[in-house]
Design a protein around this ligand. Sequence first.
Ligand SMILES: C[S@@+](CC[C@H](N)C(=O)[O-])C[C@H]1O[C@@H](n2cnc3c(N)ncnc32)[C@H](O)[C@@H]1O
Length: 254
Amino acid sequence: MDESMGDSLLGRMRSALNYLMRPIGFEVVRTHRWDEPRTYIPFKPTLAGAKKAGLSVGDYIDKTHNVLGTTQETMDQMQKLGVFEHTIDRVCEIGPGSGRYLEKTLTYCRPSHYEIYETAQDWAQWLIRQYPVVLRPTDGNSLSATQSASIDLLQAHKVFSVTPFLTTMRYLAECVRVLRPGGKLVFDLITDECMDDPALERWMATGPLAGTFPSVVSRQYAIRFFSTRGFRLDGEFRVAYMPGTSNYFVFTKF
Ligand SMILES: C[S@@+](CC[C@H](N)C(=O)[O-])C[C@H]1O[C@@H](n2cnc3c(N)ncnc32)[C@H](O)[C@@H]1O
């Protein structure tokens, strides 16, 4: 049985159990699977939690999983580094999750086309109902539905901290292919420099994380990868990624 069959079988069992338990007011919900990077935080409880807290989904996720205000701080830094200085008509985002960056990006640059690659189907289906975005067939490694040199802004937030090294590098190579000259690339990595001794202690003290998270890529390696492929580094900044930080990179393709 492959993974997706296993997941859909579990999903059907959960639905059947919930059908039986509804009269007594109980519901079984999936918790976050740290061993499966292609999933995201549980869909229904997150929406319900945000509603109960009277917060937007993005603010609720910031507050419960990170530090409130980090999403906005990231957008401010992107703006400072000139990401929105020129016309952005076509945007591609990898792993938007709840869409907390997507929602803000739509107000910063009003693109005519916004496409997403997202492996968490529940969130992906919700995003295409909530926002004017196109969901691309997502094989989890490539941007195969996107034409070469067609994208003005490509972004991925907190994605390459969950993906294994080769998946990250395959996606980064795809970013090189699909960005047009002058296009902007924004992504973050938990780099070796984010993992100093105190940060490492805090990460090691976290609960029973399994799988690839948090995936670490060397900062110099990432910079060299793009500088040898026709990209200019416009700037970097660090933001909270609890219990540590991640390093953002803003590049322009020339
Ligand atoms: C830590 S979450 C970050 C979500 C969102 N970008 C944010 O910052 O709120 C990682 C996201 O990447 C998605 N993801 C994981 N592996 C992926 C892959 N191989 N291709 C595309 N999306 C992936 C997950 O489903 C999830 O939405």
